[in-house]
Design a protein around this ligand. Sequence first.
Ligand SMILES: NC(=O)c1ccc[n+]([C@@H]2O[C@H](COP(=O)([O-])OP(=O)(O)OC[C@H]3O[C@@H](n4cnc5c(N)ncnc54)[C@H](OP(=O)(O)O)[C@@H]3O)[C@@H](O)[C@H]2O)c1
Length: 424
Amino acid sequence: MPLKIAIAGLGTVGGGVIKALTDPESGLAARAGRPLQIVAVSARDASKARGFPVENFVADPLALAKSDADVVVELIGGEDGIAKKLVETALANGKHVVTANKALLAKHGAALAVAAEKNKLQLKFEAAVAGGIPIVNTLRESLVAYDVQAVKGILNGTCNYILTEMEATGASFASVLKDAQKLGYAEADPTLDVGGGDTAHKLALLSSLAFGVTPDLSAMTVEGIEHITPADIHFASEFGFRIKLLGVARRTQSGIEQKVHPAMVRARSPLANVDGAANGVLVDAGEAGSFFFSGRGAGEAPTASAVVADIVEAAGGAASPAFGRPAASLARLEPADGKQAVSPWYLRFEVLDEPGVLALIARHLAEAGVSIESMIQRVRAPGTPVAIVMITHETSQASTERALKAIGASDKVRARPCMIPMES
Ligand SMILES: NC(=O)c1ccc[n+]([C@@H]2O[C@H](COP(=O)([O-])OP(=O)(O)OC[C@H]3O[C@@H](n4cnc5c(N)ncnc54)[C@H](OP(=O)(O)O)[C@@H]3O)[C@@H](O)[C@H]2O)c1
């Protein structure tokens, strides 16, 4: 019996999936143990020229959930709306679901996992995190013997591309973003990417798989890369670091800490060497050791590769829980108090080059219990703003923020002070 597949969404990913499934040379049927047959497809515009075969087009995507398909593949996107309705209806009607939609799963993953389990169906989402990198199945099925201690990832290609280009050219965030938009590396509205929201969606899914918790965006602190300057990147390199936007989830004594933020990463570490639009994920799997994965995190073929792998697995029919554990056993996340997390910090102050400014900074840092390991002030320009950069000894985020708030209130400080944690 063929596996009957219905695909909603014929854009970048949907197109790649159709090309892979209809490639006569692919040998996918042999891997699946049965023929793979696309029985229906849907998108917004029936008449759009797409550059791949579009057969059995159905105007209403929801009709796919009521068709005779065994698997509904949701590649429309969006955390609510038609994508949510389609996945819910498909699961209610006994169809396996494959999706690449991290926004949907980060918000509704727990409820959808319950719905899938109730009907003994598969809900698969390998493509939703880090595109072609098989990190979802790795956390769900492979690294299960020992408790995962931490997952750290470069999960957004747009941010990584921008930071890599800023380092290579010395150009500002705004100017690199503009070029990235022209080249198609950034969306017209880049907020979700550069503000860290997209990384947060993916981190919520990785946390759930790694730690057995409900995906929960409200338990996460999120900071983007808009405030990173070429000077920060330059100073990072002087200290032997590179700046990366990381999603970090780790076990701490007070719970699971989840944060998205720019971080100084040691230049020789694997994560620091994930360049351009690539993604990378480091898993500390306790006694099993650390494992590093990198590769293309987006684009037609890498994302289609992950979607097709899920479809082939669905052909086997055996349902396993979406997040690796029965949905009812997923714990509500007890968020750790991230403000108490301790690390060395990179601090940058834009200050007027006047006598007494350094003493003011030192006094506020000392009052908050923050001690300085090293300091750089290169340019002397009396009366005009200059950058003072400091690296602190290990100290809590709360103490460092307290000091920076007091320093930032001075009229000698010309911009909001910048603080970036230095990853161990
Ligand atoms: N692109 C990537 O590299 C990548 C990587 C990982 C995950 N993802 C995820 O994969 C999903 C699809 O992304 P994509 O890049 O392929 O998006 P896309 O190129 O924008 O394609 C979206 C598709 O959905 C269709 N669509 C949109 N609204 C619709 C509606 N109301 N009713 C019916 N069809 C509708 C569009 O129809 P028309 O073509 O007729 O306009 C289009 O075919 C998203 O969840 C995304 O987050 C993408």
